[in-house]
Write a protein that binds this ligand. Structure first.
Ligand code: G4P
Length: 194
């Protein structure tokens, strides 16, 4: 995903050795052309998986998830982090601890939108410690559905989420893998092509 990497290099701001700010195209303002390319790329990478639904988490996972779902002609379900006025009964729930923010959120998804016939692709904007992805996997498991894999826009490879998930045998496809943010510099991980 050269376009994404260019965007990160041109518009991303390294806030510290561990945090990259991408508010201008992913986390606040959203670049729809980039999101379209991201959706196309996820569809290409998971093309043989017969996906029936995309599962993500509010808020920044929604844009890439919707573009992927649009191309596949399927629906997106996003896990809610806050209690909803109308979403009260028959919920799948999981606890997600953010080491970055030092908060634990209970995330929830209505039981009406996932079932045992679903083949689910999980999509999220960032992969850091993997806690959000683990919470979403827990919800897929509760629904007796199958998780075909996880699509991530930006993986910070120097944090342990990617390793935790891949060690569980889960397929993780990240469109940009960042090896380091040291000295205010974004360094991408070398892509291994086979
Ligand atoms: P984890 O799920 O991989 O364990 O991630 P972690 O708890 O560390 O991250 C918590 C929140 O911070 C998530 O967003 C995640 O996307 C975001 N995040 C983590 N590292 C970075 C980073 O380097 N840059 C940016 N911009 N975000 C990062 P969230 O709180 O769920 O926010 P949102 O989806 O509502 O935007």
């Amino acid at each position: 995903m050269d376009l994404l990497k260019q965007k990160i290099l041109n518009d991303g701001i390294v806030l510290s050795d561990s945090v990259l700010k991408v508010d201008s195209f992913l986390n606040h303002q959203i670049d729809p052309n980039l999101m379209k390319e991201i959706g196309d790329e996820f569809v290409e990478r998971f093309r043989d998986e017969k996906i029936t639904k995309i599962l993500t988490i509010e808020s920044s996972g929604i844009a890439p998830a919707v573009m992927t779902a649009l191309k596949l002609g399927i629906n997106v379900v996003f896990a809610r982090k806050r209690k909803s006025l109308t979403l009260v009964n028959d919920l799948y729930t999981a606890s997600v601890h953010s080491f970055t923010k030092n908060v634990t959120n209970e995330i929830s998804v209505s039981k009406s939108f996932l079932d045992e016939n679903d083949r689910i692709l999980i999509i999220d904007d960032f992969l850091a410690n993997g806690q959000a992805a683990l919470g979403l996997l827990d919800i897929v498991k509760q629904a007796n559905a199958e998780a075909v894999g996880i699509g991530i826009v930006i993986e910070k490879s120097f944090q342990d989420g990617g390793e935790i998930l891949r060690d569980k045998g889960i397929r993780v496809e990240s469109l940009a893998q960042i090896e380091s943010l040291k000295n205010g510099q974004v360094t991408f991980k070398e892509e291994v092509t086979v």
